[in-house]
Design a protein around this ligand. Structure first.
Ligand SMILES: Cc1cc2nc3c(=O)[nH]c(=O)nc-3n(C[C@H](O)[C@H](O)[C@H](O)COP(=O)(O)OP(=O)(O)OC[C@H]3O[C@@H](n4cnc5c(N)ncnc54)[C@H](O)[C@@H]3O)c2cc1C
Length: 597
C-alpha cells in the first residue's frame, strides 16, 4: 500500500529555479518568505499531509459524508483533522494579515495546497472554497461584512461556499432564478441551489454562503445578477451566533468520486420568510465579483489536477517496483518487477513528465500572481496579470484533463488490481473526473481562452508569451547536450504550432466564431502541452548547468534532463497535429445536421 510523500525535491526546484521565489520574496510584504522559512513550511506541511490527511483519504472515500435530517456528518476523523488544520494556522497561510492571515505569497501557498489535495482531495475542498469566499469579501465586501465575518473565516472556524449552480443554470449563469427581495438593510433570499460543495457539514460553527441571486427589478441575463452573503447562523452584534437562518441542506449527492466532500442541494427561504442575506458590493455586479472567486478557484482546481496526478504516479511507481511479472527482455531467466518492462516505464515516464510539467507551469503562474499584486512597477503588475489571465484557463483545463489521463495510466500500471478498489488507484481516477467539470468545464475554459483571453485583445499577451518561449528556444539551440539537442526541434515546432493557431484564431474569430469554437479545446490542449514543454526546457537548461559544475543532487538533475527529452518525444510531438486540428478541423465538427446524429 503506497503512502503519500510530498515531492519536496521537485517542489523546491520549481520554486527556486523556475518560479522565482527569490524575486517574489523581495516584493513588499513578502520579506518573510526566505528560502529557509519556506523550507520549514514545506517540511511541516508535508508531515501534516502524510501523517494526518493521507490516512483519512481511503476511509473517507469508503464512508462518504452522510446526510440526515438536514445535517451532514463528515467521515470519521475529518472533524479532528480539520481542528488540527486550523489550529496549526494552515487555513490562514496565504490570507491577509489584516484579518489574521499569515500573508505568505501565493507561490508559497501553492505547493502547500498541492500537498493537501494530493493527500486528501475531499478534505482540501473545504479550505479552497473558504479562501475564494474570503477573497470576494476582502475585495468587495462592506466594512461591516468584513468586520463581522472575515476573522473567523481566515481562522477557519467559519467556512465559506460558492452558490452559483441551479438546476436550469449550470455553465450559463444568466439563467439564475434565485430571488433576493430588499428589506431595509438586508435582503430575503428565496430559491434552490444544487451541487454546493461543503454546503452543509459538521466541521465548522457557521457556514457563510456566497449566493448569486436576482433582485425583482434586475435587468435580464448576467447584468442582473447580484452576490449575497447568506449565513447559516445569523451573527449578533457582539459577534456571537444567533438564530438559524431560513436555509437548509435538502440532500447531498451520490457521486463518482470525492465521496467525503458533501455536495449539497440547498433550499433558501423554504419557511416562507426568506433567508436573511447581505449584498456584497453593488447590486447587479455579482457575476463580476464571482469571477474574483472563480479565477482563484479555477487555479485551485488546476492544482487539483497536478496533485492527483502526483498521487496517482506515486502509487503506480510503488506498485511497479513490487509487482513481479514477466522476464527482462534482454537478461531473461528470472521473473522481474514490472518496472523493468519498457512499456511500464513508458507509462511511468508519461505520468512523471506530465506531472512535473503541470507543476512547473502552475507554480510559475502562482509567482506571476504575486508579482501582479505586489510589484511596485505598474507596467510589471499589468504584464504579469495579463499572463495570469491567459494562463488560468490553461492551468485549469490542461492540468485537469491530463490528470484524468495520468490517473487512468496509474490504473493501467496496476493491471487488474488497478480496477479493484483495494489498491486505491481507482479512487484517483474517480476523484480526478470532477476536475474537468466544476469551476467551468473544459469547453467553457477553452471558450474563455480563445475569446476573452486572445481574440478580445488581438492576441497581444499570447504574442509576448511566445517571445518568452523563443528566448528559451535560442538557449536550447546553444546547448551541446544530446538530450537538449533532441528536444529542440520539437520545441521549435511547438512554438510554431501555437503561433500559427493564434494567427488563425485572430483571423477567424470574428468571421466564423463557430469554426474558432470547434477547435477551442484542441487549442487549449496545444497551449498546455507547449507551456509544459517551456517549463521542462527551462528545467533541463538549469539542470544542465548544475550538472556541469556538480552542484547538488546529480541524479535529480540528470533525471530532469532525461524527463524533458522524454516529454519532447512523447508529448510535445503532438503539437503540430493539434495545430492541424485547430486550423483545419472545424468543418467536420459541424458537418452533420442534428437529425443525422
Ligand atoms: C461534485 C460537484 C461539485 C460542485 N460544486 C459546486 C459549487 O460548490 N458551487 C456551484 O455553484 N456549483 C458547483 N458545481 C456545479 C458545477 O460548477 C457545474 O456542474 C458546471 O459548471 C457545469 O454545469 P452543468 O453541470 O449544468 O453542465 P452544463 O452547463 O449543462 O454542460 C453540459 C455540457 O455542455 C457543455 N456546454 C455548456 N455550455 C456550453 C457552451 N456555451 N459552449 C460549449 N460547451 C458548453 C459543457 O462543457 C458540458 O460538456 C459542482 C458540481 C459537481 C458535480
Amino acid at each position: 500500500m503506497s503512502t503519500y510523500a510530498a515531492p519536496l525535491k521537485d517542489m523546491r526546484f520549481v520554486l527556486n529555479e523556475l518560479a522565482g521565489l527569490a524575486e517574489v520574496a523581495k516584493l513588499p510584504g513578502f520579506e518573510e518568505a526566505t528560502a529557509d522559512t519556506v523550507d520549514a513550511i514545506l517540511e511541516e506541511a508535508s508531515k501534516f499531509a502524510a501523517g494526518v490527511l493521507d490516512p483519512l483519504n481511503r476511509p473517507g472515500d469508503e464512508q462518504g459524508s452522510v446526510w440526515q435530517d438536514g445535517a451532514v456528518a463528515m467521515p470519521i476523523g475529518f472533524r479532528a483533522a480539520y481542528r488540527q488544520f486550523i489550529e496549526g494556522g494552515w487555513n490562514a497561510l496565504p490570507l491577509d494579515p489584516d484579518w489574521g492571515g499569515q500573508g505568505l505569497p501565493k507561490l508559497v501557498a501553492t505547493p502547500v495546497e498541492e500537498m493537501w489535495i494530493a493527500a486528501n482531495m475531499s478534505f482540501s475542498l473545504c479550505p479552497l472554497l473558504t479562501q475564494g469566499a474570503i477573497e470576494a469579501l476582502i475585495l468587495r465586501g462592506s466594512d461591516h461584512l468584513k468586520s463581522t465575518y472575515l476573522r473567523k473565516m481566515v481562522e477557519g472556524t467559519w467556512t465559506g461556499t460558492m452558490n452559483l449552480t441551479e438546476p436550469q443554470a449550470g455553465s450559463d449563469l444568466s439563467l439564475v432564478r434565485t430571488r433576493a427581495e430588499r428589506r431595509g438593510d438586508h435582503y430575503r433570499i428565496f430559491g434552490q441551489k444544487i451541487f454546493i460543495t461543503y454546503g452543509e457539514h459538521d466541521l465548522a460553527d457557521n457556514i457563510l454562503h456566497l449566493v448569486l441571486a436576482r433582485t425583482p427589478d434586475a435587468p435580464e441575463g448576467v447584468r442582473g445578477i447580484s452576490l449575497f452573503l447568506v449565513p447559516k447562523y445569523l451573527v449578533r452584534s457582539d459577534g456571537s451566533l444567533g438564530e438559524r437562518n431560513d436555509l437548509r441542506c435538502v440532500s447531498i449527492e451520490h457521486k463518482l468520486g470525492i465521496h467525503a466532500s458533501p455536495t449539497a442541494v440547498m433550499a433558501f427561504g423554504d419557511k416562507g420568510e426568506g433567508a436573511v442575506g447581505y449584498v456584497v458590493g453593488e447590486e447587479n455586479k455579482g457575476l463580476a465579483y464571482m469571477f474574483i472567486m472563480m479565477n482563484a478557484a479555477r487555479f485551485g482546481v488546476g492544482l487539483e489536477g497536478v496533485a492527483i496526478a502526483e498521487r496517482a504516479y506515486q502509487r503506480a511507481l510503488a506498485y511497479a517496483k513490487e509487482r513481479l511479472q514477466g522476464k527482462d527482455l534482454v537478461e531473461g531467466a528470472k521473473t522481474v518487477p514490472i518496472i523493468r518492462h519498457p512499456d511500464v516505464r513508458r507509462m511511468l515516464m508519461l505520468m512523471k513528465a506530465q506531472t512535473e510539467a503541470m507543476r512547473a507551469l502552475a507554480y510559475v503562474v502562482a509567482g506571476a500572481m504575486d508579482i501582479a499584486r505586489r510589484h511596485p512597477d505598474v507596467a510589471m503588475r499589468n504584464r504579469n496579470q495579463a499572463f495570469v489571465d491567459l494562463m488560468i484557463p490553461v492551468v485549469k483545463g490542461w492540468s485537469t484533463e491530463t490528470s484524468i489521463e495520468v490517473a487512468s495510466l496509474g490504473i493501467q500500471v496496476h493491471g487488474g488490481m488497478g480496477f479493484i478498489e483495494e489498491t486505491g488507484a481507482a479512487q484517483h481516477l474517480r476523484d480526478a473526473r470532477i476536475t474537468t467539470i466544476y469551476e467551468g468545464t473544459t469547453g467553457i475554459q477553452a471558450n474563455d481562452l480563445i475569446g476573452r483571453k486572445i481574440a478580445r485583445e488581438g492576441g497581444a499577451t499570447a504574442k509576448s508569451y511566445l517571445e518568452q518561449l523563443r528566448q528559451i528556444d535560442s538557449e536550447l539551440a546553444r546547448s551541446q547536450h544530446e538530450d537538449l539537442r533532441a528536444l529542440r526541434p520539437h520545441f521549435a515546432a511547438g512554438i510554431q504550432a501555437v503561433a500559427e493557431s493564434v494567427d488563425w484564431l485572430l483571423a477567424t474569430f470574428d468571421k466564423d466564431v463557430r469554426a474558432a469554437a470547434a477547435g477551442s479545446v484542441p487549442f487549449l490542449k496545444l497551449m498546455g502541452v507547449v507551456a509544459g514543454s517551456w517549463q521542462m526546457a527551462r528545467a533541463a537548461l538549469v539542470a544542465e548547468k548544475k550538472v556541469a559544475v556538480l552542484d547538488g543532487d546529480e541524479a535529480f538533475y540528470r533525471a530532469k534532463i532525461a524527463t524533458a527529452r522524454f516529454y519532447g518525444d512523447h508529448v510535445l510531438v503532438q503539437a503540430p497535429g493539434l495545430k492541424n486540428t485547430v486550423v483545419g478541423g472545424a468543418s467536420g465538427v459541424m458537418a452533420l445536421a442534428e437529425e443525422q446524429f
